[in-house]
Ligand binder design. Structure first.
Ligand SMILES: *Cc1c(COP(=O)(O)O)cnc(C)c1O
Length: 475
């Protein structure tokens, strides 16, 4: 399997090269040259435990990693999840890292049983082990530098802590991440982990990281690496749970197809679902669910992709206006026309907007639709699910559930909806308190265990030079 750039500016590369490159050198994103049709494998795949299914899906795309190495990487990556006992009606799956549970008319895919209680663990546990293996084979080192507003930083730290050949520098805005998220990051004391508390905002932290990466001599001298969701290995790891959840739900309901509701920020997670659909998974609808930061909702409703201002909401990991992975969809939508993508992206960079014409039926894609939930709808959904079904949703997951219920109400031919639960509610006690009047139920033993732990972080001024000097002094 070869990987090409959405902007057509590089020769096709292998899986390993694509993973180490992250962003393509021409500024584009890497995509597989083709998508294998796997429908004849479903009878065998549908009964596999999660890690075995992950190996089967990934080996089709990671074909320059030897199979025994890949199997070992995958097994280790999902052994850090807290296994959930199988549902009584599906005893044969055994304890699962990513269970699917029915709640009312929908099915909840719980992606938050990893070390940091957010779905990003599914990809970053895998990416950490994969990086370590690739660097071990090639004899290199890597210094990952990343800015975070919360979830990405802790999942990246827990994916890379203690890995040979890798150091990780995480910049968080000092005093501006939630106490739980800060503790999840700064309580990791491994020698290769450096938490930088930057005296600035998240946007400042991101600007500093961008500046470090754009200084090419510095980037090369210090082997800077990235773990953003534009890394193909992160998308690949997420493709797996679309298959797994569809198999569990089709088994449970005897439906022939399923729909997914995906709380969306950078479009990485929903793009993984799109890949599963391209491979032949019978998906009726992939619902792109946004909060008030609704550029994607507006796009899939009107065809106009127009940048707006970022609004702070209860679901901070979705407070994003420009969705970096959207370029991958644009590329596939254009039929692999890199010149067209270059033109669109240039137009967007210059005007903050681009426009696409709908298909004959008025839609912009055969499977993608969009939904939106504002703060009131999010809080109502948390409250209703707690009262009616005894399930506590985190605010990101509630956005997806709200959008799914609204969409299912419009579509009488609807397939069963699988709603992705992307974080554990214990990470967002303030939102839970707003919804229920108390955060007493928003707890998790892994978070309680952190309270009072020793922490370490390095306060630095909001200055790219100071951060560059810090990185240089520790590599
Ligand atoms: C990152 C994140 C999202 C958004 O995922 P994308 O791949 O950026 O669309 C949703 N929910 C939670 C909890 C997250 O951490």
């Amino acid at each position: 399997m070869k990987y090409v750039s959405t902007r057509g500016g590089i020769q096709p590369v292998s899986f390993s090269q694509a993973v180490l490159m992250g962003l393509s050198r021409d500024g584009g994103l890497l995509v597989p040259e083709s998508f294998p049709d796997v429908r004849d494998r479903f009878p065998r795949w549908s009964s596999l435990p999660y890690a075995d299914l992950a190996f089967e899906v990934m080996r089709l795309f990671a074909d320059d990693v030897p199979e025994d190495a890949l199997r070992d990487i995958v097994t280790r990556s999902y052994s850090t999840f807290t296994p959930v006992p199988p549902a009584p009606d599906q005893p044969r799956t055994g304890p699962e890292p990513v269970p699917v549970r029915p709640a009312g008319t929908v099915h909840l895919l719980e992606l938050h049983h990893g070390p940091t209680l957010a779905f990003k663990d599914v990809a970053l546990q895998f990416l950490g082990n994969l990086f370590e293996w690739l660097l071990g084979r090639n004899g290199g080192a890597m210094n990952v530098v990343v800015a975070t507003s919360g979830d990405t930083g802790s999942a990246a730290i827990h994916g890379l802590r203690g890995k040979r050949g890798i150091r990780i520098f995480v910049l968080h805005p000092a005093g501006r991440v939630s106490p739980v998220q800060e503790l999840q990051m700064t309580s990791v004391l491994d020698d290769n982990v450096f938490n930088i508390a930057l005296d600035g905002t998240f946007d400042d932290a991101q600007a500093v990281v961008k500046q470090l990466f754009s200084d090419l001599p510095f980037k090369d001298a210090h082997s800077l690496g990235a773990v953003n969701s534009i890394n193909w290995a992160r998308i690949l790891a997420q493709v797996v749970y679309y298959f797994y959840a569809a198999f569990r739900t089709m088994e449970r309901t005897s439906a022939k197809e399923v729909s997914f509701a995906v709380p969306t920020g950078n479009f990485g997670d929903v793009f993984a679902g799109y890949v599963a659909w391209k491979m032949g998974l019978p998906i009726h609808r992939l619902l792109v669910a946004t909060n008030e930061n609704d550029i994607l909702f507006r796009f899939f409703s009107t065809g106009a992709y127009e940048r707006g201002n970022v609004v702070r909401t209860l679901s901070p990991s979705m407070d994003i206006q420009v969705a970096s992975n959207f370029e991958r969809w644009l590329y596939l939508h254009s039929g692999g026309d890199a010149a067209q993508v270059r033109e669109w992206m240039k137009h967007f960079a210059e005007n903050g907007a681009l426009r696409i014409s709908p298909d004959a039926d008025g839609a912009f894609d055969p499977v993608l639709r969009a939904g939106r939930a504002d703060t009131t709808q999010t809080l109502d959904t948390i409250r209703t699910f707690r009262e009616k079904h005894g399930v506590l949703l985190d605010p990101h997951s509630a956005v997806g559930v709200s959008a799914a219920l609204e969409d299912a109400g419009r579509d009488s031919a609807a397939a069963p909806y699988i709603c992705l639960c992307t974080a554990h509610p214990a990470k967002f006690p303030d939102a839970i308190a707003q919804a229920l009047g108390s955060a007493a139920e928003a707890t998790h033993p892994a978070i309680e265990a952190l309270r009072g732990s020793p922490t370490r972080s390095f306060p630095l001024p909001n200055d790219a030079r100071a951060v560059a000097e810090f990185v240089a002094a520790h590599t």
